[in-house]
Design a protein around this ligand. Structure first.
Ligand code: PLP
Length: 445
C-alpha cells in the first residue's frame, strides 16, 4: 500500500500501532519524516524544533553523519553475533565507558537494550553481590516501564505494575520548590530529608537493604536538582551501612548536565551507574550497567545471572562508539554549561512574559518549566495526578502549531534540547512557549 496523505498514515497507525502511555483515541501528533540537527520535519515539510531531544535522548541532534555511517558500516560487516563472542567494537565501547566512570580501580559494563532493563539488572546484581534484598528508591522518580523497573518508579507509571516486585521501598527526597519537608531553606530541606532517610533505613533495617537507586537529578518528574549536601548525605549513609548507591543516569548521562555523567558535575560517586538514551544519541536502542571493578570482580567466580539476546549488540555498539567519539571531538560533554547560561537568561524573559511560569529550574541542558495557575500559591496549572490533563494538550498542540515539540508531564515542560542547539534556536523555542502561554485560553488567575 502506498501511503500519501497524513490522514492515511495516521489511520493506518491508529489501526495497527499501540502508542505508549496514551489513551489511543487522544493522539494527534504530526507524521514525522526526517530530522536534521535540532529540527524535525513532517510529511508536509513543516518543521518543528525538537526542544526535548525526543525523550531527552537525541543529544547529538538528528542525522549526525558520523553515526549514520558507523551504523551502516557495522550492519554490512557484522550485524549480530551472540554476546558470548568477544568483539572489538564492544570491548572498545566498554573501555571508553570505564574511562568516564569515577572509580580509579576500573569498571566493567553489562549491556542491555534500554534503561529500564539496565535498572532491573542493576537491582539483580546488587542483590547477588550483597546477599540482601531490599531496594530503596524515591517517590517522584521514573526508572522504566516493565514490571521490575516500573515497581522502582515512584509515580503513577508504577501503578499498572502493582503489586509489583517485592522488597522495593519508596522514600521522600527533597524538592525545594514544593518542599515535602515544609522548609523554605535548601540546607534545612537537605537536613530534614536525610533525617527522613535515616528513619526509613531504621525501620526497614539497613542490613537488609542492597541498594539505594536514585536519579542524581530527577528527570521526567520535573527536573529536580537536589539541594547541596543531599546526595553526599545519601552516599555517606550507603557507605556506613554497606548499601550500594546506584545512580540512574539514563537521562542525565552523556552531556545532559554539562558533564559526561551527572556524578562528575555533582561531585558524588556512586557504586553503580545505569545508562541508556544518549549513549547512542538514541540512534539505536542501548542501555547498560556500569559497575565499579570491585563489584564486577564478584562475578569472576559467581555466575552473572543476567542475559539478553541483544546484550552488546554490534550495531548498537557501533552507534555508541561513534556517539562517544562525537561527544569528545565536538566538546559536547561540557556544552550543557553554555546552554545552562542561555537558559537562565531566557527564563528571566519568560517569567516576565507569563504569570503562568512558576519555576524554571535545571542544570546543564536539562531544564523544567513548571506551570502554575497562581505564582504566589504555586497551585499547579494541572494536577500532579492521572494522565496529562486540563489545558496541557491544548498548550502542546499550540506549540506544535508554532513549530516547537516539547515533552511534557503534567504541569511541567521539559526543555532538554540536543546539545548542538544554537542560542538562536533555543531563544526561538522559549519565545514560542511564552507566546503559546499568552494565548492559552482559560488558564491562570
Ligand atoms: C531516569 C530514567 N530511567 C530509566 C528510564 C527507562 O529507560 P527505557 O525507556 O530505555 O527503558 C527512563 C526513561 O525515560 C528514565 O528517564
Amino acid at each position: 500500500m502506498n501511503l500519501t496523505t497524513t490522514d492515511s498514515v495516521r489511520a493506518l497507525h491508529a489501526r495497527h500501532v499501540l502508542t505508549p502511555w496514551s489513551a489511543q483515541r487522544s493522539l494527534d501528533m504530526p507524521v514525522i519524516e526526517r530530522g536534521d540537527g535540532c529540527w524535525l520535519y513532517d510529511d508536509a515539510g513543516k518543521r518543528y524544533l525538537d526542544l526535548s531531544a525526543g525523550l531527552v535522548a537525541v543529544n547529538l541532534g538528528h542525522a549526525h553523519p558520523g553515526l549514520a555511517r558507523a551504523i551502516a558500516d557495522q550492519a554490512a560487516t557484522l550485524a549480530y553475533v551472540a554476546p558470548s563472542f568477544p568483539t572489538t567494537v564492544r570491548a572498545e565501547v566498554a573501555r571508553e565507558l570505564a574511562a568516564l566512570a569515577p572509580w580509579p580501580e576500573g569498571a566493567r559494563t553489562f549491556f542491555t537494550t534500554g534503561g529500564g532493563e539496565a535498572n532491573e539488572d542493576a537491582v539483580k546484581m546488587a542483590r547477588l553481590v550483597t546477599g540482601r534484598h531490599k531496594i530503596l528508591t524515591a517517590y517522584r522518580s521514573f526508572h522504566g516501564s516493565a514490571p521490575g523497573a516500573g515497581t522502582l518508579s515512584g509515580e503513577n507509571r508504577r501503578w499498572p505494575n502493582e503489586p509489583g516486585l517485592p522488597g522495593v521501598v519508596h522514600f521522600v527526597t527533597p524538592f525545594p520548590y514544593r518542599s515535602p519537608f515544609h522548609t523554605t531553606n535548601p540546607a534545612e530541606e537537605t537536613r530534614r530529608a536525610l533525617d527522613h532517610l535515616d528513619f526509613v533505613l531504621t525501620y526497614e533495617d539497613p542490613q537488609r537493604v542492597a541498594a539505594i537507586l536514585l536519579e542524581p537529578v530527577v528527570g521526567s518528574n520535573g527536573v529536580v536538582v537536589y539541594p547541596p549536601g543531599y546526595l553526599a548525605g545519601v552516599r555517606e549513609r550507603c557507605t556506613r551501612h554497606g548499601i550500594l548507591l546506584v545512580f540512574d543516569e539514563v537521562m542525565t548521562g552523556f552531556g545532559r548536565t554539562g558533564a559526561a555523567f551527572a556524578w562528575r558535575r555533582l561531585g558524588v560517586v556512586p557504586d553503580v551507574i545505569t545508562f541508556a538514551k544518549g549513549v547512542t544519541s538514541a540512534y539505536v536502542p542501548l542501555g547498560g550497567v556500569l559497575l565499579r571493578e570491585s563489584l564486577a570482580a564478584y562475578f569472576d567466580d559467581h555466575v552473572l545471572g543476567c542475559g539478553h539476546t541483544y546484550s552488546g549488540h554490534p550495531v548498537a555498539m557501533a552507534a555508541a562508539r561513534a556517539a562517544l567519539h562525537a561527544y569528545r571531538e565536538e566538546g559536547l560533554y561540557e556544552r550543557g554549561r553554555e546552554i545552562e547560561g542561555w537558559m537562565h537568561e531566557l527564563a528571566e524573559e519568560l517569567r516576565r512574559e507569563s504569570p503562568l511560569v512558576g519555576d524554571v529550574r535545571g542544570i546543564g541542558a536539562f531544564f523544567a518549566i513548571e506551570l502554575v495557575r497562581n505564582r504566589s500559591t504555586r497551585e499547579p496549572l494541572v494536577p500532579w495526578q492521572g494522565p496529562t490533563a486540563g489545558v496541557m494538550p491544548t498548550l502542546l498542540r499550540a506549540l506544535r502549531d508554532r513549530g516547537v515539540y516539547v515533552f511534557a508531564r503534567y504541569n511541567v515542560l521539559l526543555v532538554t534540547p540536543p546539545l548542538v542547539i544554537s542560542r538562536d534556536d533555543l531563544a526561538f523555542g522559549m519565545h514560542e512557549i511564552g507566546q503559546a502561554l499568552r494565548d492559552l485560553p482559560g488558564a491562570g488567575t
